[in-house]
Design a protein around this ligand. Structure first.
Ligand SMILES: *Cc1c(COP(=O)(O)O)cnc(C)c1O
Length: 379
């Protein structure tokens, strides 16, 4: 790997490779129509990658649109000097409307009633209007054309965009493909009707990562990738319709703090769930479930990498530490780096592998990496 080695003072750290982030950005752009821009989704601390650094880097790489889940995430970005449009995807409480204005954030109008509430605040607020075409989470239902038109006529809503969200763009099952195509059709039907009413819907967007990867030809002004920007698909085995080569941005690492020699038939850790079958070397590692290592990983047969070799997790993962069995690895000592996600020599543990062992998706593994984990940026 190119770039600086991380300063070795951290207990647990995530290496964030910004060169890979840029690569993924360009790959995604390459499959989209030329005039479709990227809205970088940096909610949940940029899926654990650090929203400020990620947004700052994307800003430098020419990205002018960002999406966050809640207003306070947008405020944080603005305070750090992030330029361009910042769209709040979720609900914002009336108590925070003043922050929308003060920090020049764009709010999603999640229903016709919500549009009225924002309008009644009495000051101009930038908004994107969300249409529910079948996700049934946020947005005014596509059938309620009268209410939808009303949303655009409020004098205090400065509408700069209209969007929707797809439920199953990752699926290649025929009924799911039909569902996605129906959602896209409903979206454009609404847009057509708005235009026939003389209403300008602003910039359109409907694709998240899988929308881009599987339906790259939809012609919108923006696309909203999250997980793909970070170089991953939700499930490792997912097939996609485009030829993009994504590079994982994040690696998760910690250190060996102590190595113990333990006789056969002795237990390790809480619950005495790991019992040595031979005289063993057990190493304590400075990362735990509060740092985002799923506690289930032990019983699911998880392992880590040390000195380029696999080491089994030995016993229940603790809040801030875990133990691993390094009996078969030569020369393991205090201060050695342990890789929980990423590459060490010839071996590689992907986020997708950890996710599938734990019965979840990569998004969850990444976004749960704890605050205490130092983020180390590689540029
Ligand atoms: C989180 C989110 C995205 C990004 O989703 P990915 O699958 O990670 O690309 C896009 N749009 C909305 C509305 C979201 O909530």
């Amino acid at each position: 790997m190119r770039g600086k080695k991380p300063a070795n003072k951290h207990r647990a750290w995530a290496e964030i490779n910004l060169v890979h982030l840029k690569h993924n950005l360009l790959e995604l752009k390459s499959v989209l129509p030329l005039d479709c821009n990227i809205m970088g989704v940096v909610k949940a601390d940029a899926y654990g990658h650090g929203s400020i650094q990620v947004a700052r880097y994307l800003n430098k790489a020419g990205v002018r649109h960002f999406a966050v889940a809640e207003c306070s995430e947008g405020v944080t970005l603005r305070k750090q000097g992030i330029k361009g449009e910042i769209l709040v995807l979720g609900y914002t409480s009336p108590r925070c409307y003043r922050d929308l204005i003060r920090y020049n954030l764009t709010q999603t109008i999640i229903s016709a009633d919500y549009g009225e509430s924002i309008n009644e605040y009495g000051r101009k607020i930038k908004v994107h209007i969300k249409i529910d075409t079948g996700m049934r989470r946020l947005g005014e239902s596509n059938g309620n054309m009268e209410q939808i038109c009303c949303m655009y006529r409020h004098t205090n809503l400065q509408v700069t965009g209209t969007y929707s969200h797809l439920s199953v763009p990752d699926s290649h099952q025929q009924d799911d493909i039909s569902y996605t195509l129906a959602q896209i059709n409903r979206f454009y039907e609404v847009i057509g009707q708005l235009k026939s009413e003389g209403i300008n819907p602003g910039t359109l967007h409907i694709q998240s990562s899988y929308g881009i990867l599987n339906y790259p030809d939809i012609h919108c002004g923006l696309a909203r990738p999250g997980i793909a920007l970070y170089g991953l698909t939700c499930n490792e085995e997912d097939k996609i319709n485009t030829r993009v080569c994504l590079r994982p941005v994040l690696s998760l690492k910690a250190k060996i703090t102590l190595v113990k020699t333990i006789k056969a038939e002795n237990s390790v850790g809480y619950g005495r769930n790991y019992v040595t079958t031979q005289d063993s070397k057990i190493a304590t590692v400075s990362i735990g479930y509060a740092d985002g290592v799923p506690r289930a990983l032990f019983e699911k047969g998880g392992y880590v990498l040390v000195r380029g070799k696999k080491a089994k997790i030995a016993g229940n993962i603790c809040m801030d530490q875990m133990m691993i069995d390094v009996t078969s690895i030569d020369g393991v000592q205090e201060g050695d780096t342990v890789t929980l996600i990423g590459q060490d020599g010839e071996e590689w543990i992907t986020t997708g592998h950890v996710a599938s062992l734990c019965g979840t998706i990569t998004n969850e593994i990444l976004s749960r990496i704890g605050n205490r984990v130092e983020r180390v940026y590689i540029v």
